[in-house]
Design a protein around this ligand. Sequence first.
Ligand code: ATP
Ligand code: MG
Length: 396
Amino acid sequence: MNPIDNPFAPGAGSPPPELAGRGELRETMRVATERARRGLPTKSILMVGLRGVGKTVLLDRIREDTEGVGIHTLRIEAPEDRSLPALLAPELRLALLRLSRNEKAKELAKRALRGLAGFARALKVKYQDIEMGFDFEPEPGLADNGDLEHDLAALLEVVGEAAKDAGTALILFIDELQYVDEGELAALITALHRAAQRRLPVMLVGAGLPQLRGRMGRAKSYAERLFNFPEIGALNDAEANFAIAKPVQAQGVGIDDDALLHIVRDTHGYPYFLQEWGKHAWDTANRSPITLDDVRLASKSAIAALDESFFRVRLDRLTPTEKKYLRAMAELGPGPHRSGDIAKILKREVTSLGPTRNQLISKGMIWSPNHGDTAFTVPLFDEFMHRIVPDFESLT
Ligand SMILES: Nc1ncnc2c1ncn2[C@@H]1O[C@H](COP(=O)(O)OP(=O)(O)OP(=O)(O)O)[C@@H](O)[C@H]1O
Ligand SMILES: [Mg+2]
């Protein structure tokens, strides 16, 4: 089929042609954000899931839904090496400037901008990566103690008051939240808690790897009660079918049932893989409908493409020792695995592997579903490790 018309969109954060299976969650979000706007009790929401399950595109879609009904938003993505205040400050500034155009919120939005100026100035000593322009002089005593936990709470409070006066809400969308430092997470949780106690319309919609849940709990023990943690996972068979069939049919092209079944089975319904398989099946087929033979051929090129992109980018950031640890895990299968079993494969003591395991967790490669258990954050990563290092013994 003509590749120019190919509807599929494999890629980090690339919106899919059909966002399958997420209707219920979008509805939950609609209710939650509307309740926030009305000053009703609402929990912030943190979507957790493995790599490539569609957290980012869902976050962006929910943000569009939210803005569509006149609620204000800001969006940031936490990288591994920047501080939360540095990421948040410039986006808050833009959000407040937008709010200040509302007649009713004007004065409070200006006050919040003063608070923001004090916040950024006071915290710059500690977080040197804060960079932003100031619109107003700080108001002495407002969010300018130089202590993140205190200042962020004070700042979100004035921001919330401004949003409330404007009859709207401000929803913070934060992606890759697991990379935020635990102390900074604690400050964010405290600030949201304070806003919630005062019924101010400020709420967080975040996304991150499964370890996020534990990190939040460690940062503040009451976090579990303050947030909902919906799990974003693979699509079920019907949804996965739909994710492929609908975009194909929308182009006036057919696809055989057994071809569809094969894609669903090979991808295990993981959204990233579905896009990759869909793309390759489309490009492989010479004519409509797409057949089982087309899909069989496409599977090979789809796996090769994943190996070169989705899997490879993650592996390139690791040290040889870290790679070996992952290969040992793969030796045991998809997982999760007991730390003791991994150590046995590596012929090492569990404790001596602790630092490597921690590094892999902080790089977002693995996580711990339960104490002493280790699992990959990337679906089907064990198979990939087998493909690139077929013989484990060759490593030792
Ligand atoms: N509901 C869905 N239906 C079909 N395709 C989807 C769906 N959600 C996501 N995708 C596709 O899956 C791929 C991965 O999406 P996305 O980047 O949002 O995942 P992610 O969970 O944020 O991954 P990471 O943890 O690596 O950031 C994209 O190509 C996207 O188009
Ligand atoms: Mg993402």
